[in-house]
Write a protein that binds this ligand. Structure first.
Ligand code: PLP
Ligand code: LYS
Length: 420
């Protein structure tokens, strides 16, 4: 995480000390580095420089408008899964003709809006969805560009909750059924078959499952060619992992060079949908220690961030490094083992367990690698307001989302009339 480094004992994001941000904006607080986001995106873009490939950032990973705008300025495309994400991308300056629309349950009004603005392609995930897209397009007098998300039945070797390319997962169309669906689509009036798509899971640290999936899709593309169906683009989805602790995933350039080698001289445009690998290590979550307490043998640090702010540890037992924003003067010999737990009334409300730290009440800690699937998965559970978000750019700080206030938390709710 070289955009987050200690200088003079204080952890910085670019040129700004995180302890200053905690003081000025309060905690819990998400902090992002513009430089880290740009470098991560450019590692894809540069590896694809001499190709016509499109990098469609997966908006779900971090959909803050400032993040999307930074990527749009670099020429990124976007992978969306809802009308909300579509409107965010447009609001942030993303180009409709670089948008792919994924997701298993697109609704008619979402399809309609996407057709209205002219997105690049719908990644269709079922027979029934094909009919819906065809019908909506027909009613509008338009033709929808489509690809099918093929489920290649490969094991991504990741956490079972974030594995998506196995037959037993809800995603995509069974590869054994795909040729038939493509043929049916080719005969419909209001869709144009242009591509093929897959996304086999997230936080992959090994290249083989990606390449296995790609081989299976290339074989299917060849079969479709025999049927007279030409595939113009191949979307390999996202999924490249990042280092949370000691993982060593392939870099985007290692991954892309293998993919390009596999593609050979086929005249097919490549699309990638990276999310986590663009933003995870571009963000931290700052939290303050409220109290220290001991129950039996266990040392607990009660912090002001909770599972509602960052759910990954509770949901997947995910490990994220937790480090002090100010290096302790105390020697590491005096460190104790702590469970870092939030104020929410759930036993699974922890951000880290058995972490060796020198702690005092009032200390500010940074939960690392929190730029992806952090704020976007935050909730208001226990009627807690979601954190603020700031973007650091060199020595400048921009508040890119205000902290939710108590009044925001029951906005739109009402009670029954008094006579009931
Ligand atoms: C269809 C699709 N594309 C892209 C992504 C982004 O994946 P990641 O954040 O692992 O790169 C996801 C999420 O896993 C997804 O479901
Ligand atoms: N939300 C997950 C990843 C799922 C990716 C979405 N398809 C995480 O936090 O790791």
């Amino acid at each position: 995480m070289d955009s987050f480094e200690y200088f003079d004992g204080r952890l910085h994001c670019e040129e700004v000390a995180l302890s200053d941000l905690a003081r000025d904006y309060g905690t819990p607080l998400y902090v992002y580095s513009r430089d880290a986001i740009e470098r991560a995106y450019l590692s894809y873009a540069q590896a694809l420089e001499h190709t016509n490939a499109l990098v469609c950032y997966a908006v779900k990973a971090n959909s803050n408008l400032a993040v999307l705008n930074i990527l749009a300025r670099l020429g990124a495309g976007f992978d969306i899964v809802s009308l909300g994400e579509l409107e965010r991308v447009l609001q942030a300056g993303g180009k409709p003709e670089k948008i792919v629309f994924s997701g298993v349950g697109k609704q008619a009004h979402e399809i309609q809006r996407a057709l209205e603005v002219g997105i690049f392609c719908f990644n269709i995930e079922s027979d029934a969805e094909l009919d819906r897209v065809n019908q909506v397009a027909k009613d509008m007098g338009k033709v929808a560009r489509i690809s099918f998300r093929v489920n290649p039945d490969v094991d991504a070797g990741t956490h079972p909750y974030i594995s998506t390319g196995l037959k037993e997962n809800k995603f995509g169309i069974d590869i054994d059924h795909a040729r038939q669906v493509y043929r049916r689509a080719a005969a419909l009036d209001a869709v144009e078959v242009v591509g093929m798509d897959c996304h086999i899971g997230s936080q992959l640290t090994d290249m083989d499952p990606f390449l296995d999936a790609m081989d299976r899709l290339l074989a299917l593309i060849d079969e479709l060619n025999e049927d007279g169906i030409r595939i113009h683009h191949l979307d390999l989805g996202g999924g490249l992992g990042v280092c949370y602790t000691d993982e060593t995933p392939p870099t985007p350039s290692e991954y892309i060079s293998k993919v390009l080698e596999r593609l050979g001289d086929r005249p097919i445009q490549l699309i990638f949908e990276p999310g986590r690998s663009i933003v995870a290590n571009a963000g931290v979550l700052l939290t303050r220690v409220e109290f220290l307490k001991q129950n039996g043998e266990k040392n607990f640090a009660i912090i002001d961030a909770a599972m509602n702010d960052l759910i990954r540890p509770a949901l997947y037992s995910a490990y994220q490094e937790i480090i002090p924003v100010t290096m302790s003067e105390a020697s590491s010999d005096t460190a104790k083992s702590w469970d870092l737990v939030g104020p929410v009334c759930e036993t699974s409300d922890f951000l880290g367990k058995n972490r060796s730290l020198n702690l005092e009440a009032g200390d500010v800690l940074a939960v690392c690698s929190a730029g992806a699937y952090g704020f976007v998965m935050a909730s208001n559970y226990n009627t807690r307001g979601r954190p603020a978000e700031v973007m650091v750019d060199d020595d400048q700080v921009f508040l890119v989302r205000e902290r939710e206030q108590v009044a925001d938390l029951f906005k739109g709710e009402s009670i029954l009339p008094v006579d009931r």
